[in-house]
Write a protein that binds this ligand. Sequence first.
Ligand SMILES: [Zn+2]
Length: 271
Amino acid sequence: MVHLTDGESTRAVPDSHRRGIPGSKYRQRVTYHFYTELYRDPDLAEGEDYARRYRRHGRFDDELAQPGGIEKTAVIAPHGGGIETGTSELCLAVAGYHPATLEVTPPGGVTYDYWMFEGLRAGGNASLHVTSTGCDDGVALSLCGGALNALALHGCTTAAAGQPAGSQIVLVGGRNQTFKQYLLAAFANQQLAAVDAWNIKALNGDDRDNIVNRTLLGMGGHLELTTPLRLAMFDVNTREERKHTTTPVFWAFVTACRAAVARLEAEQVVR
Ligand SMILES: [Zn+2]
């Protein structure tokens, strides 16, 4: 799957040779096909070039007569930080944690497992983009693989989305058709523009190998937010300031996602 990140094409080029750019702080590489390939690159440093953050909630059952349970939903942002800006903050908030403080938000609210891969560079984050079908991060695979549902937050340009310039809209994809319908309804309730992404092949999250579909049910929900929509979610669009400057649009979007997840989970009985 090809994603177009903010203003930058990440379409894979046939060869994968490094392209050293003299004087460039960030040596350009054409593409990484898998996260493990990126993690092995000795030229990249975790904590400087990229970060991985996740939360896995503990569960146990020591009672003989008590039914067991599993996590029903995991929230992921495979292209967070500076790769598809705003998606880290959304991932945290949809999972129930304020992006600035990590406090449970709203207080006492439901929380979900989450996983994010984030670009930390001041620039050149697009080269850290690994396609969703190439996501072989062990934590991501185990979180999604152990949950009934996954919800992925992504960012795209209006051009890639087939929308007029300036459109604030979310494309709703993924293989779980029920989840898609609930997401579309929830966005409508919050007066957020949303369309079914079924006919936008590069962005519809329909591939079985897409990390969001590698759940216990083999399907998930894949959201692509246009750049103008994500820009409307923050007063200051920098990695340092986004989490401190979320707007009502941000929280309306978060509310919609959480409502759709809650509606989906309410119908799911774990045996
Ligand atoms: Zn993406």
